[in-house]
Ligand binder design. Structure first.
Ligand SMILES: [Zn+2]
Length: 141
């Protein structure tokens, strides 16, 4: 295979793996099946939340454990090569997440963060999403 093909292939893989695959789709399908309607990736909100429930003023983030450095999670372990590079890069991601959550809170939005590694139990996930979206605004998660 030549390099053009390899580049082309990786471009295709990137688009396939884009934001509409994997953990986020699990959450989207489940939330939809629970009867909630939402917008996707609202760029006007800090952090461009994955699911946005405007009338409830709530948002859900679906976070990959590695990229968002899920604390204490196996999947969040840094690679053994170029460790400093990854520590800096992923540390910056983590800080950005914290900043965005604070900004959202200041604007009156409630945030639920769902981690990729915790999406396996769909019943539990459905209860969690349901109670977050049904709860009165003073309830904390
Ligand atoms: Zn995790």
């Amino acid at each position: 295979m030549d390099t053009v093909d390899a580049a082309k292939r990786s471009e295709i893989m990137r688009s396939v793996r884009g934001r509409d695959t994997g953990p986020e789709m699990v959450v989207r399908r489940l939330t939809h099946s629970l009867g909630f309607r939402y917008r996707l990736h609202d760029r006007e909100l800090p952090g461009c939340p994955d699911l946005v429930f405007r009338s409830r003023k709530k948002v859900i983030f679906v976070h990959g454990c590695f990229w968002h450095q899920h604390k204490g999670c196996q999947r969040a372990q840094l690679p053994t090569s170029r460790t400093e590079y990854w520590a800096a890069k992923l540390g910056a991601n983590k800080k950005r997440d914290v900043r965005n959550c604070r900004k959202l809170a200041r604007l009156g939005w409630e945030v639920l963060t769902l981690w990729e590694c915790r999406l396996g139990d769909l019943d539990r996930l459905a209860r969690r999403i349901g109670s977050f979206l049904h709860a009165e605004s003073e309830q904390k998660y």
